[in-house]
Design a protein around this ligand. Structure first.
Ligand code: BES
Ligand code: MG
Ligand code: ZN
Length: 494
């Protein structure tokens, strides 16, 4: 689906569907909806509102049958004006775009710039959200389906006659398309079967698609780099582990630019290792590389948006499998930092790989490190599928990230990092155990990771509950969501 903004009246664009909107309780529509109402003999005010009693509740879409000139009009409910926000612009557009996709004869849709009228939201951000909703909200993974989902709509146009708003809308659409297209790329990667997606193919994908300089290290090189913790997790697999390092450097280098490292958990399948997962928990574990997919997609977006920031993206990619060569409970491993880890449970593998990846990140002398990981089942218990967890060693950066993410349309909730959560990690024979049980598991994992960072400001994002869904979220997406990408792009490019 192509999305663009046009500086024309909604009535002057030749489309099969016209999308207007209505706040809850409005009896006589104003703005562009009012113009359409008048042009179509008050069909909205007299028929849809008065006769059909359409109330404009958020998410309700009234579908007017084909009117005189062969066009269809959709009236989208925006809900209460005081509750309206950017995420709603995105989610509502997603719903509208999916509906339009199901109409057999519809190829071209023209829409109002939701939010930029009486709601007074920023036109650029609203347009970005519309582009994101249209492209990311109509995502489907049907590579392996003989009958594919219908994608009838070819063009989705935002009509905006006001010159200032049109210019902003144009910019917003461009950004929105970069976000959505890369988001969909990540979803394809996460939804891919682990039969085909293993460390080597993940690394190949990054080389081909990250849009930036990408170096892949093999097992021998990883060993030389001292990443024994990472290697231990992968040693039970038939697939060789790979360490992926992607770098973006801006062209015009001013004296001092911000340097960021983003680290994605890259377990291409998490069987649990010898501490094997039960069937129901193992079922979706091809998603355990969602963090990796997020950093690859973010890099591609960065390569297109070209911010004046240096960004490194790192993935320690391996598979966590049980086998005769697998790492075992009770094993002690010397990690890259020299800190020794006693393996208490082979299923707490993500943090073991991240320990070395974070240590590598710190050697890059960056100003901040952000890791993103499907790390703990405890985070799913705590926050469900509604929000992702966030922790770190820098309160200011945590709040800044949460705020930025909210604008990008994603929720992060801070989990505590009280030192006592680390008590369960005490080991009799090593510097730390990799886990100490289920209670307070998200925080304990956070504490574990923090021990592998010496001084760099660091944020940890736990997306275990939000990365892969069995029911559609507010955007209508199930299975891989690509969570984190929107926030990372916004946080890095801001
Ligand atoms: N990849 C899982 C975490 C996970 C759980 C992600 C559910 C997505 C959905 C992680 O490697 C894991 O297995 N964690 C264990 C740790 C435990 C053994 C301390 C867990 O949370 O059960
Ligand atoms: Mg695990
Ligand atoms: Zn895992």
């Amino acid at each position: 689906m192509k999305v663009k903004a046009e500086k024309k009246s909604i009535l002057d664009i030749d489309a099969d569907v016209i999308v207007v909107n209505l706040f809850e309780g409005v009896k006589i529509p104003g703005g562009v909806t009012g113009i359409v109402d008048k042009a179509y003999k008050k069909v909205i005010s007299d028929f849809v509102i008065k006769k059909e009693k359409f109330e404009g509740k958020y998410g309700d879409i009234y579908e007017l049958p084909i009117v005189s000139n062969g066009k269809k009009i959709l009236i989208a409910g925006l809900g209460k004006q005081s509750d309206f926000n950017y995420t709603k612009v995105r989610d509502l557009t997603a719903k509208i775009a999916r509906l339009c996709n199901s109409f057999k004869t519809v190829k071209k849709v023209v829409s109002i710039l939701h939010g930029a009228g009486i709601a007074g939201l920023d036109a650029e951000l609203c347009a970005q959200m519309i582009a994101e909703g249209a492209v990311s909200g109509t995502y489907s993974f049907d590579k392996y389906k003989s009958v594919k989902k219908e994608h009838n709509v070819k063009e989705f146009i935002i009509a905006e006659i006001d010159n200032e708003k049109f210019k902003k809308a144009k910019k917003g659409v461009e950004k929105g398309l970069v976000v959505a297209e890369n988001l969909n790329m990540a979803r394809d990667l996460i939804n891919e079967s682990s039969q085909y997606l293993y460390p080597e193919t993940l690394a190949d994908f990054a080389v081909k698609n990250s849009g930036v300089k990408t170096t892949v290290y093999n097992k021998t090189q990883i060993k030389k780099m001292g990443m024994n913790a990472f290697l231990a997790v992968g040693q039970g697999s038939a697939h060789e582990p790979k360490f992926i390092h992607m770098v973006y450097k801006p062209e015009k280098t001013s004296k001092k630019i911000r340097k960021i490292a983003i680290v994605g958990k890259g377990i291409t399948f998490d069987a649990g290792g010898l501490d094997l997962k039960p069937a129901a928990s193992m079922l979706t574990m091809k998603d355990d590389m969602s963090g990796a997919a997020a950093v690859i997609a973010t890099m591609r977006a960065i390569s297109q948006l070209k911010p004046n920031v240096e960004v490194h993206a790192l993935v320690a990619a391996c598979e966590n499998m049980p086998s005769g060569s697998a790492y075992k409970p009770g094993d002690v491993i010397v990690s890259k930092t020299g800190r020794t880890i006693e393996i208490d449970n082979t299923d707490a593998e993500g943090r073991v790989t991240l320990a070395d990846a974070l240590a590598y990140a710190e050697e890059l002398n960056v100003d901040e490190i952000i890791d993103i990981a499907t790390l703990t089942g405890a985070c799913v218990v705590a926050l469900g599928t509604v929000a992702s967890g966030i922790m770190g060693n820098n309160e200011a950066k945590i709040s800044e990230f949460i705020k930025t993410a909210a604008v990008a349309g994603e929720r992060f909730w801070q989990m505590p990092m009280y030192e006592e959560y680390g008590d369960t990690l005490k080991s009799d024979i090593a510097d730390t155990k990799n886990t100490g049980g289920r209670m307070g598991g998200t925080s304990a994992a956070g504490i574990f990771l923090s021990k592998f960072i010496k001084k760099t400001p660091w944020l940890h994002l736990d997306i275990a509950g939000t990365a892969f869904l069995d029911k559609p979220n507010s955007e209508g997406i199930k299975n891989a969501t690509g969570v984190g990408i929107r926030s990372l792009i916004k946080y890095i490019t801001k």
